[in-house]
Design a binder for this molecule. Structure first.
Ligand SMILES: *Cc1c(COP(=O)(O)O)cnc(C)c1O
Length: 342
């Protein structure tokens, strides 16, 4: 099988990382304190197998009736694994939009399942056929906001696609905190709408590995049967509980990053890029010169990593994560000098 290739992780140092949509800002100090506190506790004991403290805090923060609506995981990637393992058997299929998050395909490969892609139409809309699932399609993934585009489908569109489906629809909300909308209310109404979340992006905790599922309680309790018994460790449960409880910190960092994102959109557009309006913490852009790979190389040689992405039968471009304002200014300067020499 083909391996999934994550974005490059250079040794810590001078490199400006704008390639994997991490948060450029350090996490909430209360999270670091919670880890330190947990580390002086009972590390000789196994952690709570179902992360009850986190699930209570998350239910409270997200306006859910209770912890039974949440399943905690070792990163949302683990939640995605559990979903594929639970719903898609050998020789059955999962469906995903194209281009979107390639990891879903790898997860299908691991299960001996297959996958099919439905291409986005102009304007990053999905055809109605996306919701039309034959019997062998057992799970549909929809990143919303999507990566690499940063675009969103409205709640009405998500709801009407799910209504047509004969299988669960997983709305991967890794970037929903940046978009100002989410599908949690749809989960309350429809048992076949499932939402996944991560603390890696908006909460600035990619190094921690913590994500979770929001689904109706009977779905959560079935999926809990197939997770590893102690899938989340004591330090990450303590950290995630502190993180999810502080909505003020989240609101502040999201506002700051969204302002930088809008500045990136404006400036890159002025430079001649075609920038897709983004609802996430990154922008997708293409340039009429088509020199995307050369730009990626040039930036990398100058210690700025962005993501060059190439999708067969579709095209290529650059996905650039929101950094600090200083990092983004350095990016603008380099790109401007490069474009002058084209
Ligand atoms: C980053 C990302 C994830 C992975 O999140 P982790 O919690 O770090 O595993 C999942 N889905 C999408 C679309 C992402 O971009």
């Amino acid at each position: 099988m083909l391996p999934y290739t994550p974005g490059e992780q250079p040794a810590p140092g001078k490199t400006v990382k704008l390639n994997t949509n991490e948060n450029p800002y350090p996490p909430n100090p209360t999270v670091v304190a919670a880890i330190q506190n947990a580390a002086t506790g009972a590390l000789n004991r196994y952690p709570d197998p179902v992360a009850t403290a986190f699930r209570r805090a998350a239910a409270e923060a997200l306006g859910l009736p209770g912890p039974e609506w949440i399943l905690a995981g070792n990163g949302s990637d683990e939640i995605l694994t559990i979903l594929v393992r639970g719903f898609v058997g050998e020789n059955q299929k999962l469906r995903l939009p194209y281009p979107s998050y390639i990891l879903y395909r790898t997860l299908a490969d691991i299960q001996g399942a297959t996958w099919e892609q439905v291409a986005f139409e102009d304007g990053w809309k999905l055809p109605a056929a996306f919701g039309n699932t034959p019997d062998d399609v057992r799970l549909v993934f929809l990143p919303n906001p999507n990566s690499p585009s940063g675009t969103v489908l409205s709640l009405e569109e998500v709801e009407s696609l799910a209504a047509q489906m004969t299988c669960p629809l997983v709305v991967d909300e890794a970037y929903a905190d940046f978009s100002g909308a989410n599908c949690i209310d749809l989960v309350k109404k429809h048992e076949n709408i499932l939402v996944t979340r991560t603390l890696s992006k908006s909460y600035g905790l990619a190094g921690l590995r913590f994500g979770f599922l929001i689904a109706q309680p009977h779905v959560v309790s079935e999926l809990a049967k197939i997770k590893d018994s102690y899938n989340c460790d004591m330090l990450s449960i303590a950290a995630a509980t502190a993180a999810i409880s502080d909505k003020t910190w989240l609101g502040d960092v999201v506002a700051k990053m969204n302002a930088t994102r809008d500045r990136m959109t404006d400036r890159l557009t002025q430079m001649g890029f075609d920038v897709t309006p983004s609802y996430a913490n990154f922008v997708w852009c293409t340039h009429p010169s088509g020199q995307h790979h050369a730009m990626y190389e040039f930036l990398k040689n100058n210690q700025i990593l962005v993501r060059y992405m190439q999708f067969p039968d579709w095209g290529d471009g650059l996905r650039i994560s929101v950094g600090t304002d200083d990092q983004i200014d350095a990016l603008f300067m380099l790109l401007e000098s490069h474009l002058k020499n084209l």
